[in-house]
Design a protein around this ligand. Sequence first.
Ligand code: LLP
Length: 466
Amino acid sequence: MSTTHEAGWAHAPGGLRGPAWLSPPADPNALVPSLWSSTAHKRDGDLVVGGVAVADLVAEHNTPAYVLDEEDFRARARAFRDGFAGWKVYYAAKSFLCTTVARWVVEEGLRLDVCSNGELTVALRAGVDPALLEYHGNNKSLPELRRAVSAGVGAIVVDSLVEVERLAAATADLGATQAVMVRVTAGVEAHTHEYIATAHEDQKFGFSITNGDALEAVRRVLAAPGLDLRGLHSHIGSQIFDAAGFEVAARRVLRLHARVSDELGTTMPEMNLGGGFGIAYTTQDRPMSPAQLAAEMTRIVGEECRGLGLEPPQLSIEPGRAIVGPSMCTVYTVGTVKPVTLDGGAVRTYVSVDGGMSDNVRTALYDADYSCTVAGRASEAPPVLARVVGKHCEAGDVVVRDEFLPADVAPGDLLAVPGTGAYCRSMASNYNHALRPPVIAVRDGQARILLRRETEDDLLATDVGA
Ligand code: LLP
């Protein structure tokens, strides 16, 4: 295997280096294990996931396709269940949901957080016990709330006073009692590598703790006969790597929890600290294991409860990305390779694939970083810095901003992008009338389609043509 790199790429004046953290790999054929699902490996250049060679999968199902490593998904779900033993663990369905995955989640002992009527429909269609569901959303309509109450969802997380009124009306009407969590804004917003502990209350979610709205919401819930106040809910953001943000939020939420006890005489039995645990998209990302996270979060809550003289409430979390994110990769076929000479003479290699921002909008939308590998063959060619782009009609249609690929990458090659389980299929669109790719589960050498590829008939199904 060649370990050389293209002469001069890193040294030429104006040469393209890519981001500082990206260096040419010793072997561009090798996988970086931390970015891939646990069963993924290369066999003579072929990417193999779940015991299935991706090239064989493509021969049967074509590209683009999402490939879901079932064993990896289940293992991550179990790692949260076991790491957070004694906590309630809700899988955040918004990250990725289909009926089969909803069943896996329950089989592995987790619950399900849904945040829309559509996600609720999938969960119910999958046969998930409604008592295991928690229902989120900042604008649930009266019919949606009535449906959730009638279905018997385990908890509804209320997000506005209008919703408290609607839910009170729905329960009165239906003669039901509904368990309720109150979503609060802890004044903390966490980003990938940092958190900001002030002034992030200017957003649509939750009731502010600092301005008194949260306490008022709790009062209103307590005053509604059909609403059973279970506790407070706080979610501080997504793709978070350190526990500092959770620490500040948990302390603030627990102080409110204590005030509700002291001032309103109600001890709430539960508390939900939300999701947001980060995963590795690049070699720069170092996620904590669920067990480490659990230990940190349990310590934080324990300390604060002791300080406040509180019995710790039943705790919950809602991981989405950290379960499904690394379990999936997306496989594309390269369509064109175009070297583009830039000012200064450096050349950027644009590699166009048969998907793009319709199946992964995260690069365009959030400037997200991804990596990729040639999936169907080994190469002896030196690495070149490439940009993987889609086939949509805009320049921002980038899939992988910077990656070293073998210099002989060519039309017809398969390219696989890891870490696409979360917020890729679930945010996929039909932009440019693209057909959304299938989700194919692989396990023990077997493949099965969980979501089939859309067809042109699907595209036209809503076009009534009147
Ligand atoms: N709980 C609540 C209340 C949430 O709003 C979210 C995500 C989660 C749990 C799960 O967060 P996770 O563990 O998956 O990070 N589309 C964006 C992420 C949006 C997250 C929205 N809420 C992305 O692609 O990065």
